[in-house]
Each structure stands twice: as structure tokens, then as C-alpha cells.
Write a protein that binds this ligand. Structure first.
Ligand code: P6P
Length: 339
């Protein structure tokens, strides 16, 4: 941190280069690519209400979800920017059925793969609610010099070398970790630069905010229903009832809870037997952030980062946030299983 001005993201990357895994400068360059793409997407989001970029793209993504024009724009922007640099050999995206192979001599020599949710919560664009980009970075496990393969993407979350998110909200922030804590950078639009605004972000051990779509209550497992009633009971000793905050935008809900303390839950349900969130490009990267910030992230029973992925778009139940709150919620799930 400088006395006269905040550290820029570029300066931070240079000053912390030696801490990055396999510090050869390539990861720094990769993170700079993400920084550039974030600025380009941010510009379009901020004028979405004006340009003809609002609304549906007229296509559906692999999830069967209607693609917003901004979804498509964000996906294309991140993939194009990642391809233009020489650090990445392939990308998997929420918006695409299969992963993309950058199959040429330069990129086959690259060491990293990126998994990305280019614009999470994008249905909120038309109602001016914050949305986000989530990214996850691994070293490839297949032989350098060959085209990237599926196994390069199906690594457990503990193998991530970096992960983070961009939140396009009242301000635009890039929050990431390389395994040495979590740092948040706010975009200064007057100079088009991300500046260190939230050094060493930490999840409060306890919190009073629970984030879940209670409209799905009837579909929840009994343990989740019991936990929600627990959150809503009056108990001065534990500052309950807790407060319900849920805006239907995972990055925004999780970011708020990291700053204020809280838990985000997307459980299984009769309409979503494995939950809704995707392991590889939502839960793994955010769980790396959560754990690096001192929080806890599980599927209700197991650490998310320990799970061994079996397919690109697999879904998992998600309980993430202040450690004491996640442990509390898990205890209700275990009691259900003990019956
Ligand atoms: P529901 C957005 O589609 C998303 O993946 C997350 O950003 C958000 O938390 C969740 O789904 C909202 O889902 O079923 O509550 O509308």
C-alpha cells in the first residue's frame, strides 16, 4: 500500500510475483488478461440499459437457460482475451457444452486451463441488480505440447492455482486469491485501473445473514427446513433471528456475506436433486476464496474443494460462508441423517 495512492492490480501482481505458484510470470500475465476482459465486460454492462445489448440473445446455453445478449458478449470477450495471450491452452465455460481447445503450437505449449462462468446471475441485468464473473485457474496435467484434454478440467478444487470473481455492482471489483489470502481491487473508472481497496479480506467467524431462496422451502430437505426455522427463532444469546438477504446473484450474495458475515445456501431440492450451482466454475473458485478468507464451504457434508469432479457441468449443493454458521447448518443436516 502506498502512502499517496492505492496499489494498482498491475503493481500488486508484480510485487507479489514470487508468491504465485510456479512464479514464472505466466500466471501474472493470465490474471492481467482477466483484468482486461473484466474492464471490457464492465463497460458493456454499465450501458446495458442504453445499448441494444439488453434482453435475450435468442439462444439457449448448455444449461437450457435463455442466454442474455450480455452472457454471450461476456463469454466471447473472456475467451477471446484468454486466447490472445499465450498462457492458456483451453477454456471451459458455463455457456458452452464442451471445453475449447486452443489447438495451435503456441497454446499447446501453455501451462494453464481456465474455467469460467462469464456472467453469473445475468437474468438480473434487465433489473439493474449486481452480477458477476467467476473464474478458476489450474495447471494442466496433460503433457505440455499436446492439445488440452477433459482431465485437465476435471481436477479437484484443491488443485486450483488461482481463483476469483468480478462483481459488477455499485462499483466494479475484482477479488482473487493465488493461495496467499484474498485481495479485492476496485475499478477506478476515471483512470480505468483496478486499485487495491480490500487487502486481506476475511470472512467473520460468525454472522447474522442467511442467503437462500426460501421460495423453494417446500422442496428443501428436512435438515435445511429445520436450520431455517433455527435462523428465524428469537435467541438474544446468538443474535437470532438472523437476517434474510438473497438477491439471486451468487457473487453479490457471497461478496456481501464475506464482508458482513453470513451464509449462502443452495441445497438439493425435489426440483434440483443435486442442487443448482455448478462445481467447476462456481463452487470450486468461490470455495477457494471462502477458505482463503477463513470461511467454510461444503456440500453440506464434504469440503467442496475435496470433491473429485466427474463432468464439466456437474451440480452440487452449496453451503458457504462464516465458519460457525456453516457448521451450524451442517449439524441440522447430520441430525436429519441420524434419524
Ligand atoms: P434461484 C444465478 O442463476 C444463480 O446461478 C446464482 O447466481 C444465484 O444465487 C442462483 O442461481 C439463483 O437461483 O433458483 O434462487 O433463482
Amino acid at each position: 500500500m502506498r502512502a499517496d495512492r492505492p496499489t494498482t492490480l498491475g503493481e500488486f501482481l508484480v510485487e507479489n510475483q514470487e508468491k504465485f505458484p510456479y512464479a514464472t510470470g505466466e500466471l501474472s500475465q493470465l490474471l492481467s488478461s482477466i483484468r482486461l476482459a473484466a474492464k471490457v465486460v464492465n463497460r458493456e454492462i454499465n450501458k446495458a440499459g442504453l445499448a441494444d445489448i439488453l434482453g435475450m440473445a435468442g439462444s439457449d446455453n448448455v444449461q437450457g437457460e435463455h442466454q442474455m445478449k450480455l452472457d454471450v458478449f461476456a463469454n466471447d470477450t473472456f475467451i477471446r482475451t484468454l486466447r490472445s495471450m499465450g498462457e492458456v491452452c483451453g477454456v471451459a465455460s458455463e455457456e458452452l457444452e464442451d471445453f475449447i481447445v486452443f489447438d495451435d503450437e503456441l497454446h499447446n505449449e501453455s501451462k494453464y486451463v481456465v474455467l469460467i462462468d462469464p456472467l453469473d446471475g445475468s437474468s438480473n441485468v434487465d433489473v439493474n441488480v449486481s452480477i458477476g464473473t467467476i473464474f478458476s485457474i489450474y495447471r494442466r496435467i496433460s503433457a505440455i505440447g499436446s492439445p488440452v484434454v477433459l482431465e485437465d478440467f476435471l481436477q479437484s478444487g484443491d488443485e486450483q492455482v488461482a481463483a476469483g470473481y468480478v462483481i459488477y455492482g455499485s462499483s466494479t471489483m475484482l477479488v482473487f486469491t493465488t493461495g496467499h489470502g484474498v485481495n479485492g481491487f476496485t475499478l477506478d473508472p476515471s483512470i480505468g485501473t483496478f486499485c487495491l481497496s480490500h487487502p486481506n479480506m476475511r470472512f467473520p467467524e460468525q454472522g447474522q445473514i442467511y442467503s437462500i431462496n426460501e421460495g423453494n422451502y417446500v422442496h428443501f430437505p428436512i435438515g435445511v427446513k429445520r436450520y431455517l426455522k433455527f435462523c428465524q427463532e428469537l435467541d438474544p444469546a446468538s443474535n437470532r433471528p438472523y437476517t434474510s438477504r438473497y438477491i439471486g446473484s451468487l457473487v453479490s450474495d457471497l461478496h456481501r456475506n464475506m464482508i458482513k458475515g453470513g451464509i449462502y445456501i443452495y441445497p438439493t431440492g425435489t426440483t434440483s436433486p443435486k442442487g443448482k450451482l455448478r462445481l467447476l466454475y462456481e463452487c470450486n473458485p468461490l470455495s477457494f476464496i471462502v477458505e482463503q478468507a477463513g470461511g467454510r464451504a461444503t456440500d453440506g457434508f464434504e469440503r467442496i474443494l475435496s470433491l473429485k469432479p466427474t463432468e464439466l457441468h456437474q451440480r452440487v449443493p452449496y453451503f458457504a460462508g462464516s465458519t460457525q454458521m456453516v457448521l451450524e447448518a451442517e449439524s441440522f443436516l447430520r441430525s436429519e441423517n441420524d434419524e
